[in-house]
Design a protein around this ligand. Structure first.
Ligand code: ADP
Ligand code: ASP
Ligand code: MG
Length: 416
């Protein structure tokens, strides 16, 4: 069994879908599960739809129309015959979405988000499955929500491994080509849940774990894992091999090429993860496996933009110790802040967070009742794994450093 994951960038248009066929033909597709994300930037476009549903009803229809138009153009490119059943299937999915928006009574943003956002993956896999069938790659379309079961922590649901394992063991047919949605699951009431943005890599890992797959391959628009994001760093170098542990560290610090939750399940069963270019499927790319640390052994740079640095001190100059800190963390959890770095002294506490869920104002209000608060928005967090003097100098050049932290293997700076 091999598990493949194709992300949004790989299927951003009709040519991307045709290229996916090309990749499958080169690699072989027996005993293969293909996990696919929403096409191109569909998830972002659906986030706009959700925003309009709550705050800007007059724009709701036009934003939804954009999403339909985008997919319709791809359909027309891929299928000559407009009587093809795929047109009806996609239309039905959008009707289902509209019907949800018209009848929903829940004011819970996170719940509504998950019910709406999942249509990106449902539509993309429907189109791709039909296209594969048409060009002779007979396949089985699976609704992932019948396999991956989660709690109802909408937008960042936690997998119920026991039930998921049971569902997969009982229903999944190996030996054929299967295709399913990344990113989605469902709760015990069968409402759609999601595993967090960019969560499709994780979906591939969940299946691989439960199926005892031989390998997972995630197909990307880069040659593999590089020692830096090529969008922000010149001369990024390919990592040939990297250990699970090292890759977990990179993903944790924000190397967005692999979703951070992906690696643990693979590591537990020692299933190798290949990161390869969908444009050069014959090339080796990167292998994440047990043995090596990092090959070649070079400093790795990670940047997270648009972070928030919050600094707290007590209003009465009392120490910031366990009880205060535990209260701060409760609030960070309540407002779903992703904590990047913390630093504390006797009377101050700084934390750099990723405001993924846009809850910063509420958090600050809550904190200000207890602490003196300063907040720097739009800061960048740079991390160097396996830093050396030259790497630090290169990084700090023309940047204002707000916070700096060094451990044996990792150096982090927050800059303005
Ligand atoms: P997907 O289509 O699967 O969602 P992503 O866009 O999430 O793919 O991931 C690929 C992107 O990750 C690359 O285009 C690259 O800009 C970015 N990236 C960040 N860090 C790295 C890294 N260390 N190595 C390679 N790519 C990286
Ligand atoms: N489509 C989802 C997203 O854009 C999941 C994924 O691509 O992994 O976040
Ligand atoms: Mg992605």
């Amino acid at each position: 069994m091999q598990v493949f994951k194709f992300g949004g960038a790989s299927v951003k248009d009709a040519n991307g879908v045709k290229n996916l066929v090309n990749v499958l033909n080169i690699t072989g597709y027996k005993n293969t599960l293909v996990v696919v994300s929403a096409m191109g930037k569909t998830t972002n476009a659906l986030e706009v739809v959700i925003g309009n549903y709550f705050k800007n009803k007059s724009e709701l229809q036009s934003s939804l129309q954009e999403v339909k138009k985008f997919h319709n153009a791809i359909l027309l490119d891929l299928f000559e015959n407009e009587q093809h059943q795929v047109f009806k299937k996609v239309k039905n999915l959008f009707n289902e979405l509209t019907s949800f928006l018209n009848t929903n009574k829940s004011p819970d943003y996170n719940f509504v988000y998950d019910q709406v956002i999942g249509f990106g993956e449902l539509v993309s896999t429907t189109i791709i499955s039909e296209y594969l069938n048409d060009v002779g790659l007979k396949n089985n379309w699976l609704d992932v929500r019948e396999y991956i079961k989660t709690d109802n922590y909408y937008r960042s649901a936690n997998v119920n491994w026991e039930v998921t394992q049971e569902q997969i063991s009982n229903q999944f047919k190996k030996k054929v080509l299967n295709i399913t949605q990344g990113f989605l699951g469902s709760d015990s009431n069968n409402f759609t849940t999601t595993l967090g943005r960019e969560g499709s890599d994780y979906t591939a890992a969940i299946f691989a774990y439960c199926l005892n797959a031989e390998s997972v391959t995630i197909w990307k628009d880069v040659p593999g894992v590089l020692n830096a994001d090529p969008r922000y760093f010149e001369n990024a170098q390919l990592i040939n091999k990297i250990s699970y542990r090292e890759a977990i560290e990179l993903a944790f610090y924000g190397a967005s090429v692999i979703h951070p939750k992906t690696l643990q399940p693979l590591q537990r069963k020692e299933i190798p993860l290949h990161v390869k270019s969908f444009l050069n499927p014959e090339k080796k790319g990167t292998t994440v496996c047990k043995e090596v640390g990092l090959d070649p052994d070079i400093p790795c740079f990670i940047v997270k933009k648009n972070q928030v640095l919050i600094s707290l001190s007590s209003l009465d100059f009392s120490y910031i110790v366990e009880d205060n800190i535990s209260e701060i963390f409760k609030l960070l959890h309540l407002y779903k802040m992703k904590v990047d770095v913390i630093q504390n002294s006797a009377i101050s506490f700084s934390v750099c967070v990723d405001n993924i869920y846009q809850n910063l104002d509420q958090l600050l209000q809550h904190l200000k009742a207890k602490f003196k608060v300063t907040c720097n928005e739009n800061v960048s967090l740079y991390t160097i794994r396996h830093y050396n003097e030259a790497a630090i100098i290169q990084l700090e050049e023309d940047k204002e450093v707000l916070l700096k932290q060094l451990t044996q293997e990792t150096m982090q700076v927050v800059t303005k």
